[in-house]
Design a protein around this ligand. Structure first.
Ligand SMILES: [Zn+2]
Length: 495
């Protein structure tokens, strides 16, 4: 322990949300509350012991007897633009608490890096500019999701900017520890951190971004860790970016933090970004039509065969209300047991009215976001009604108690349809378990994420990434982008 560290006072806060400009659905304050939203001292009470960045920072700072000023901490998951009112309420509260907490010796903020609100394309850059006005020149450390859209404004106002090392994001706690650790070294005068970014013109889908793999991100992970271990950079981070943002300069970004060495930082960031560029084709994804995947799945022995409807990923900003794969299952595998989760508060209400054991004519899905398909009309039997609460078993929300709202388990033909009132981030199979459904007893399980299922259902006999419509499509070249800076891979450079 440093002899003077007990005198330091460090502010901490978290304001995370992953925006998706292809989703027309507006995100509201309740979407933050349904994940986690803690204010003031409650940040310490409610997030300690979780896998969040805040928990990692709290443990590290307390270990060194630093006085913590907790501001506000929330994660709104992912979705369409945050409403202007919710954005103003959250940033206003955070900044008011920051003003009240001054004077501080340092500040740590956990941000996503792709928070978009109505009228605000770069929430993080704008927030950090306001933060800088309040705190002056004290050290400010920022951590971002690996899918952050890093901007010049963000780098300008942060002394330290690092990202999650892993996707799936299981190192959020460790990220908070690393960020707080760099701040402590800065306060002790051991380092003078300086942050530089470097972009390469590529935007890639998420399916091949697993960091604990021998794929392209595994190689970049090893390269970055080797540079850090060599000691010439304090932190080297990769940001393959959340692709569904129709903004200029959305691109794969590398960020280096060095000890007052601008050339070294530029060299390290450029080296990592260029290594990603050379591997760009390795990120390409093969998708399969639902009918074809179902046919192939029926020919496979055992289950569950994973049907990944990655285009309707709530973790990437979709509503989770697509019924496209449900329609395909009813048509192409009417006898096969299957389970699918669909966000549809209207159908939950209808099921609640019908009661357990009741039957009703349901119109399921594609109502919150009608852009990409039509509701499935079918007779439904109400098997169960549940409150929808659950605890995440891992990942960036590991240990956090969340809710999918009042939910119903319906039987539609041979398919078990879990209808939820609220969208929630899919880590493993928490939502299905909370509904009393064991996906391992099914022939097919529909997941709505591009990556996490590769971990949660690693032992499944087969998995297909489907060619389905939606705001989180892996087929990036098919989206009519209006604002992306060109040329950019995979729209261009298809040599
Ligand atoms: Zn992410």
């Amino acid at each position: 322990m440093s002899p003077s560290s007990g005198n330091w006072r460090v502010g901490i806060g978290a304001l995370l949300f992953e925006g998706n400009t292809l989703s027309p659905v507006v995100t509201e304050l309740r979407d933050f509350e349904s994940k986690y939203l803690a204010r003031g001292e409650d940040v310490l009470g409610s997030l300690r012991g979780s896998n969040t960045e805040m928990a990692g920072a709290i443990d590290t700072l307390e270990l060194h007897a630093v006085d913590i000023a907790p501001l506000l901490a929330t994660h709104g998951g992912a979705g369409g633009r945050v409403s202007a009112a919710a954005h103003a309420a959250l940033t206003g509260d955070l900044l008011a608490r920051l003003r009240a907490a001054m004077p501080l010796d340092a500040l740590y903020l956990a941000l996503h890096g792709a928070f978009v609100a109505q009228g605000v394309d770069d929430m993080e850059g704008a927030l950090l500019a306001l933060v800088r006005e309040i705190v002056g020149d004290i050290p400010v450390a920022v951590s971002c999701d690996l899918h952050a859209h890093i901007t010049t404004e963000m780098v300008r106002h942060a002394d330290i900017l690092i990202g999650y090392r892993h996707y799936p994001h299981d190192d959020t706690y460790d990220t908070g520890r690393r960020c707080a650790g760099l701040l402590l070294r800065t306060l002790r005068g051991q380092i003078r951190p300086l942050t530089v970014m470097h972009k390469v013109p590529m935007v890639v889908p998420a399916q091949k971004q697993r960091t604990k793999s021998d794929g392209p991100m595994g190689a970049l992970h090893a390269r970055a860790r080797a540079r850090e271990a060599a000691g010439d950079v304090l932190a080297l981070s990769y940001f393959p970016v959340q692709p569904w943002l129709d903004f200029p300069d959305v691109a794969f970004t590398a960020v280096a933090v060095t000890d007052d060495d601008p050339e070294g930082a530029e060299q390290a960031a450029a080296d990592l970004a260029d290594a990603a560029w050379r591997r760009r084709h390795e990120f390409d994804v093969e998708t399969v039509a639902p009918a074809e995947a179902i046919r192939a799945g029926l020919a496979v022995e055992g289950g569950p065969v994973v049907l990944a409807d990655a285009a309707d990923c709530t973790g990437g900003g979709a509503t989770g209300d697509s019924a496209v794969v449900l329609a395909a299952l009813l048509e192409h595998a009417p006898q096969a047991s299957a389970v699918i989760l669909i966000v549809d508060p209207e159908t939950v209400a209808a099921a609640t009215a019908a009661g357990i054991g009741g039957r009703f004519l349901a119109r399921i899905g594609n109502k919150l976001d009608p852009t990409y398909g039509a509701p499935v009309e079918a007779e439904a039997l109400v098997e169960r009604l549940v409150d929808g609460g659950f605890t995440y078993t891992g990942g960036l929300l590991g240990g956090v108690t969340a809710t999918m709202g009042p939910s119903a388990v319906l039987r539609v033909g041979a398919v078990t349809v879990v209808v939820a009132s609220l969208s929630s981030y899919e880590y493993a199979d928490e939502q299905l378990r909370a509904a009393g459904v064991d996906p391992w007893r099914c022939k097919f399980v529909v997941v709505k994420n591009p990556m996490n299922f590769q971990q949660a259902f690693a032992d499944a006999p087969a998995a297909f990434t489907l060619d389905t419509p939606g705001p989180t499509t892996p087929n990036l070249a098919r989206v009519p982008w209006r604002h992306w800076t060109r040329p950019v891979y995979p729209l261009d450079f298809q040599e």
